[in-house]
Design a protein around this ligand. Structure first.
Ligand SMILES: C[S@@+](CC[C@H](N)C(=O)[O-])C[C@H]1O[C@@H](n2cnc3c(N)ncnc32)[C@H](O)[C@@H]1O
Length: 260
């Protein structure tokens, strides 16, 4: 095993309060702290915890996000290769919709370094709390919005549906103001064929600066989805469309009576 290691941690979505104690210990003790977080206050706070802290360059001039992600992995590995114990910080859960975080762990393992990821609190976790959604009741399906459309993902409309990255549907590059309307129009059309035009969805934004700010919970009929206020941190939640039918034969096999 090479000297040098990588630990990838997440800050959670809300400022400061959602960081785990384990993640904080790694942040403080790292020989080198690198971070890719969305807001300047968190960046300042990370610098106060570890003076080696440095932002991982996030180049939005590239035509494809993938190229930027590759550069981020290279930046992280360049420190690990120097034999340092590196902690890389991402916002939310570092393994949820976080290509470079997984990429850095894979690359570190390939090069013979110790590497681990610690879980954090994701936007979906905040959604469960803010909207009052228990995935145990009807189940929960979660897709990246472009992937959902281009692969015609099979899903069950009687179960909760969560779609991520609705501001960059069909966009392999970076968010452009107003550039999301076409993708959102296509998504709305497709969803209306499964639900109804009046079916109310929620465009959700967890509060980053809680308790100073409240979460944004924008209820919108699917037919009006393209007119909703959507930002790069919006996530779409479509509630279950009626209860799923029961399989009486299966219930009998499992010894579940009529009263369940
Ligand atoms: C690159 S992913 C990062 C996800 C992050 N790692 C997490 O654990 O939630 C960005 C997407 O996450 C979701 N997201 C990020 N911040 C959010 C927030 N404050 N509220 C709701 N969704 C958010 C949106 O779907 C956004 O397009």
């Amino acid at each position: 095993m090479q000297t040098g290691s990588l630990t990838v941690v997440g800050t959670g979505i809300q400022l400061v309060g959602q960081l785990t104690l384990a993640a904080q210990a790694h942040i403080v003790q790292a020989d080198k702290l690198l971070f890719a977080v969305a807001d300047p206050v968190t960046a300042k706070w990370l610098r106060s915890l570890n003076p080696t802290a440095e932002a991982i360059p996030y180049n939005t001039d590239r035509t494809r996000r993938k190229e930027t992600y590759r550069e981020m992995v290279d930046r992280i590995l360049s420190e690990v290769r120097q034999g340092l114990n590196v902690c890389a910080v991402f916002y939310g859960h570092p393994g949820v919709f976080a290509d470079p975080a997984h990429g850095a762990i894979r690359q570190a393992h390939q090069e013979g370094f110790r590497a681990q990821m610690l879980p954090g609190i994701s936007a979906e976790d905040c959604l469960f709390a803010d909207i009052g959604l228990d995935p145990g009741v009807n189940g929960c399906q979660s897709f990246e919005a472009t992937d959902f459309l281009i692969r015609r993902r099979k899903f069950d409309r009687t179960s909760a549906l969560i779609l991520w990255q609705i501001a960059t549907i069909g966009n392999l590059g970076f968010y452009q103001e107003g550039g999301h309307i076409h993708g959102l129009t296509v998504l709305a059309e497709v969803l209306q064929t499964h639900y109804s035009p009046e079916w109310q969805a929620i465009v959700y934004e967890a509060a980053v600066y809680y308790p100073v700010c409240e979460p944004v919970i924008q209820r919108v009929p699917l037919s009006k989805l393209p007119e909703a206020k959507v930002t790069p941190v919006s996530t779409l939640y479509v509630p279950p469309f009626g209860p799923a039918p029961l399989d009486r034969e299966m219930m009998a096999r499992l010894g579940l009576g009529a009263r369940g």
